[in-house]
Write a protein that binds this ligand. Structure first.
Ligand SMILES: Nc1ncnc2c1ncn2[C@@H]1O[C@H](COP(=O)(O)OP(=O)(O)OP(=O)(O)O)[C@@H](O)[C@H]1O
Ligand SMILES: [Mg+2]
Length: 143
């Protein structure tokens, strides 16, 4: 497992590099599980990935929406889907939003904050990124 400490600028750079390493899978959506406590950097990471993939719209924390989709301009994926599972009482709430259909489409890139809350819906071998607050200006990312 790779593990490193990042300032905000380095963190954003890391997310940009990560975005350029992403490639669609043949049979299902690409799923990236973002793990870590409040303020660890999950939304910040998603925003940087979205920017790197050409989304000009502001990507906010979808806490109150659960899920928000962004069309991707001329990249390998058609949609970036940002999910925040923090407030879900059970994974049924995500299932009801037809998550299985989103998961079945290889052209979808799905980033999920608090992925542990919906673990039973995710492919076991999804990409997992672990974020940790170190101090006010430093975060750890493990992948
Ligand atoms: N080195 C750093 N890397 C990433 N974020 C940093 C860093 N230093 C400071 N920050 C700040 O930490 C905050 C991280 O908040 P963010 O909303 O991304 O966390 P989160 O993991 O999504 O939290 P939540 O679980 O509440 O959704 C941002 O305000 C960001 O600017
Ligand atoms: Mg967040």
């Amino acid at each position: 497992m790779q593990s490193n400490l990042y300032t905000l600028g380095e963190f954003t750079k890391m997310a940009t590099d990560y975005a350029s390493s992403l490639a669609p899978l043949p049979t299902r959506a690409t799923v990236v599980g973002l793990y870590g406590d409040l303020g660890a950097g999950k939304t910040t990471f998603t925003q940087a990935v979205a920017k790197a993939l050409g989304i000009s719209e502001t990507v906010n924390s979808p806490t109150f929406l659960i899920m928000k989709s962004y069309p991707l301009p001329s990249t390998l994926y058609r949609l970036l889907i940002h999910i925040d599972a923090y407030r879900l009482k059970s994974s049924d709430e995500l299932r009801k939003l037809r998550f299985d259909e989103l998961l079945a489409d290889p052209q979808n890139l799905i980033l999920i904050e608090w992925a542990d809350k919906v673990a039973d819906l995710l492919p076991q071998d999804h990409q997992k990124l672990y974020f940790e607050f170190i101090d006010d200006t430093t975060r750890q990312i493990r992948l």
